[in-house]
Design a protein around this ligand. Structure first.
Ligand SMILES: C[S@@+](CC[C@H](N)C(=O)[O-])C[C@H]1O[C@@H](n2cnc3c(N)ncnc32)[C@H](O)[C@@H]1O
Length: 234
């Protein structure tokens, strides 16, 4: 297993008061400048995991592209507490953020109580990589150090949080091959959700076999994208 090379992105405040990061080489923000918390909660929780309807006590298998700041993992852990929902959360990260940066980042806004979950954020970042960690009876985390494009699993994820940098910065992660890779990683009826609403990304999703829908976006963004892998019985 290769030694982890940590990165030191800079912290930026967004318009809802929560922080995000700026990748030093890609010069890309990790979240919308109009609100990191607001964007993550809207896309991945309210329009993402909340729409899954699995039998009671069935653990939801989440796959995230890019652990980054850990905001989506934190929001998902809080969701698992609030809904008494068991979640197995796998997150792949090619450029892990150094825990020193995380100790200075804050996601608090007037609309959330994330400050009271600060210990959760630190646990997410301080636990070991490349093995399952039981962070609570309902929330298990596997941080995978690697490249999403090489990730292989027969787990059959229920949802993919597709949170790569923008297509202009990372075209390979949004092409037809990448979308077909996502399709293969999902279970039947699994969903793919992303902030990106570009026409050619939606076309690539359709070519991969997904049914694609536009959903309302967070503040200052008209639409986001939901893609569904229809099961054979549909
Ligand atoms: C838009 S940021 C989102 C980060 C994260 N979801 C968060 O809430 O902070 C994109 C993330 O994807 C990671 N990334 C970029 N290319 C990747 C790749 N090929 N495989 C895995 N992670 C990648 C970046 O390092 C960064 O953490």
């Amino acid at each position: 297993m290769s030694k982890i090379k940590f990165h030191h992105p800079k912290i930026h405040k967004t318009e809802d008061g929560s922080d995000t990061l700026m990748h030093s080489e890609q010069q890309e923000l990790y979240h919308s400048r109009f609100g990191a918390y607001t964007e993550g909660q809207h896309i991945f929780i309210n329009h993402g995991i909340s729409r899954l309807n699995l039998p009671d006590q069935h653990p939801i298998q989440v796959l995230e592209l890019g652990l980054g700041s850990g905001l989506n993992a934190l929001l998902t852990w809080v969701y698992s507490d609030q809904h008494n929902q068991s979640i197995q959360y796998s997150s792949i990260e090619k450029y892990p953020v150094h825990p020193d940066i995380i100790s200075s980042i804050h996601f608090d806004t007037t609309a959330n109580q994330l400050a009271q979950h600060r210990d959760k954020l630190l646990q997410i970042h301080n636990c070991d990589w490349n093995q399952w960690q039981e962070l609570s009876p309902l929330f298990q985390l596997q941080k995978i150090y690697g490249d999403f494009e090489n990730h292989i699993s027969d787990q059959g994820y229920h949802i993919i949080y597709y949170d790569a940098f923008a297509p202009e910065a990372q075209p390979d992660l949004w092409d037809e091959t990448a979308m077909a890779h996502c399709y293969d990683l999902l279970a039947d009826d699994g969903i793919w959700i992303s902030y990106c609403a570009k026409g050619y990304v939606k076309r690539n999703l359709r070519k991969a076999g997904f049914e694609v829908k536009a959903l309302p976006g967070p503040p200052r963004k008209r639409e986001i994208t939901l893609a569904i892998k229809k099961g054979l019985n549909k």
